[in-house]
Design a protein around this ligand. Sequence first.
Ligand code: NAP
Length: 244
Amino acid sequence: MSFQGKIVLITGAAQGIGKQIALDFAREKATTILFDVSEEALEAAAKELSQHSDSHYFIVDVTDPVQIEQAINKIIDKFTKIDILINNAGITRDNLALRLSESDWDKVLDINLKGAFLCSKACARHMVKKRSGKIVNISSIIGIIGNPGQVNYSASKAGLIGLTKSMAKELGSRNICINAVAPGYIQTKMTEVLSQKVKEQMLERIPLKKFGKPEDVSKAVRFLSSEDSDYITGQVIVVDGGMI
Ligand code: NAP
């Protein structure tokens, strides 16, 4: 699979799944553009990616429409287009619903859901003009099955599936495909914090008897970003080792 000549924008790309997605696109010769909030981590990631292909970064908080707009204007000025957008930035602030603060509800919904809406809106405007584009939203199996202690996260990831399906219907006639990937348990900093007991319980529920790696998510993302999926839109691919 080659993405030579493609301009790919990935949010939350300084580490974890987003960085892996960016790295795999770079290995396949795409020009990668990384959005994240930590300059140090962004600079290190972009440097690593530059060994494979052209890579640029912007410090962009995906909840800030002004920062998004300014960065996207610069990208369009330089490259004239954005072919592929991967909405990957996401956080957790776990607590039981009865103890969950309003601010932790808002923060998770703002980054995970509103951030994807704002970035999609800003990119889709340019994709519509080109009559071409792919958007992949990183949801989660928790948005499909729910999870105690994660009402905010689950709602945000379920919301992303609704966003995916609705935007796919709105933009299909403009040849823009919008799909989601719903990972299960993937080994990153986000899941590192779980206790050994929770990890063991989780493993028991995974038919393939192993945790996923960022590469497993990245493969599904690249399929949904490639010509191989040109007749697929509004869908969710679950990458969870058979867990749900
Ligand atoms: P991660 O290692 O924490 O990476 C997420 C990245 O997003 C971080 O670099 C983070 O920066 C960045 N970010 C946070 N807030 C942001 C904002 N407002 N604007 C821009 N970037 C922001 O997490 P991950 O495990 O790779 O997860 C990536 C995505 O996959 C998330 O959407 C997550 O919900 C989803 N997912 C993960 C798993 C899993 O098992 N790991 C499973 C299902 C779905 P800072 O760290 O500096 O805040």
